[in-house]
Design a protein around this ligand. Structure first.
Ligand SMILES: Cc1ncc(COP(=O)(O)O)c(C=O)c1O
Length: 376
């Protein structure tokens, strides 16, 4: 039985991408790779909604976090880290480890950051050089109103550097890097891009590039300048994950064929379906509804329920793989990924399975709530 992989990354791979991943190797310093890299970069710029080059580093998303920090700042620089969960904390921690002076603005998990509150905190830090913010917090299933946060921060401090973790949002929900005046934006291949893990993609604004030139934190592998110089020659500074690029080339063409707005609408539709089915089962969203994510849904484990046992039963009996909670949310929430190569049928199958396994452990459904009974 093929698994219904419903974790928020790695995500399923469409068959044409899987076929591309099996292609024979080519010379990464030859003309065929240069041509492919040009195509991929053009498509990525379209999805980042930027005129800037999009750089690729062989890495997971966490590598991109480190790249963003070391290319933008110097030891002792002050930054405001807006954190709404595990990944916001990770970015803040990365900045601290590199010697930045980090003021954390911690928002209760399940909530989004209030843009005006961010601006207020920034106003209290007249020497701050940057704001670190997560667009979509995968650990809680919350999407920040990035546009409003960027606008509010910029209104307070026109020169502030906005560093955005878009690992689990880009390519799935709207993010307009240039229009929203974001400075460093990064994502990871295993999330919304329909390819396996292995490639971090990252872009910097003109302000970001100026910061890169000024920054004194040491960097070799992550140096944006080195990556940009290579990109201009149709190459990468170090050996690229060639197979991931083969897959990404196909995936991005599929995404262009579908259309950016259509992709956003599909993510909205699958997220709406997930939330509606959860509500019908009497399950409560962990996130506040107004900011519930369109790429991952976090649900509270029902009172007295065992989240781990439920996840195990789904995997073993139904072939449906979902995620649990991280850190202090372990055992308390279930997370269902719906990003990248996902359609309504995948969610229906997942929620049908969840309903069966809830019933199997004696959970009583709200009267008349079964999606199964209604054939939804
Ligand atoms: C929002 C966010 N940031 C960063 C990361 C870290 O990425 P990785 O696990 O690829 O290092 C993740 C991974 O789930 C994420 O969801």
């Amino acid at each position: 039985m093929e698994e219904n992989l419903r974790i928020p990354g790695p995500t399923p791979i469409p068959p044409p991408v899987a076929a591309a991943l099996a292609r024979p190797m080519i010379n990464h310093r030859g003309p065929a790779f240069a041509e492919l890299l040009r195509r991929v970069t053009d498509h990525l710029r379209f999805f980042f909604q930027t005129d800037q080059p999009v750089l690729g580093f062989p890495a997971s998303g966490t590598g991109a976090m480190e790249a963003a920090v070391v290319n933008s700042f110097s030891p002792g620089d002050e930054v405001l880290a807006v954190t709404i969960g595990v990944f916001g904390n990770r970015l803040a921690k990365t900045a601290e480890l590199f010697g930045l002076r980090v003021t954390r603005m911690e928002v209760p998990w399940g909530q989004a950051a209030d843009p005006q509150a961010v601006a207020q905190r920034l106003a209290e830090l007249p020497n701050a050089r940057g704001v670190l913010v997560t667009h979509n917090e995968t650990s809680t299933g919350v999407t920040n109103d990035l546009r409003a946060i960027a606008q509010a921060a910029r209104a307070k401090r026109s020169d502030i550097l906005l560093i955005v973790d878009a690992v689990s949002s880009l390519g799935c929900v709207d993010l307009r890097m240039d229009e929203w005046d974001l400075d460093v934006v990064f994502t990871g291949s295993q999330k919304g891009w329909m390819v396996p893990p292995g490639l971090a993609m990252i872009a910097a604004s003109e302000r970001g590039w100026a910061a890169t030139a000024r920054a004194t934190l040491p960097r070799y592998y992550w140096d944006f300048r080195r990556a940009r110089a290579s990109l201009e020659k149709g190459q990468t500074p170090y050996t690229p994950p060639v197979s991931i690029y083969f897959g990404l080339d196909v995936a991005l063409q599929m995404m262009r064929d579908e259309g950016r707005e259509a992709i956003f609408a599909r993510h909205q539709a699958v997220a709406d379906l997930t939330r509606a089915r959860a509500r019908a089962l009497g399950l409560r969203l962990f996130a506040e509804l107004a900011h519930a994510s369109n790429t991952v849904t976090a649900l509270r484990v029902p009172e007295g329920g065992d989240g781990k046992a439920l996840t195990k039963a789904l995997r073993e009996r139904e072939g449906v793989v979902i995620a649990g909670g991280q850190e202090r949310l372990e055992g308390q929430i279930l997370r269902i990924g719906h990003l990248g190569y996902v359609h309504e049928a995948d969610i229906t199958a997942c929620m049908d399975a969840l309903e069966r396994q809830l019933v199997a452990v004696g959970y009583s459904l709200p009267v008349g709530s079964s999606g199964l009974a209604r054939g939804e």
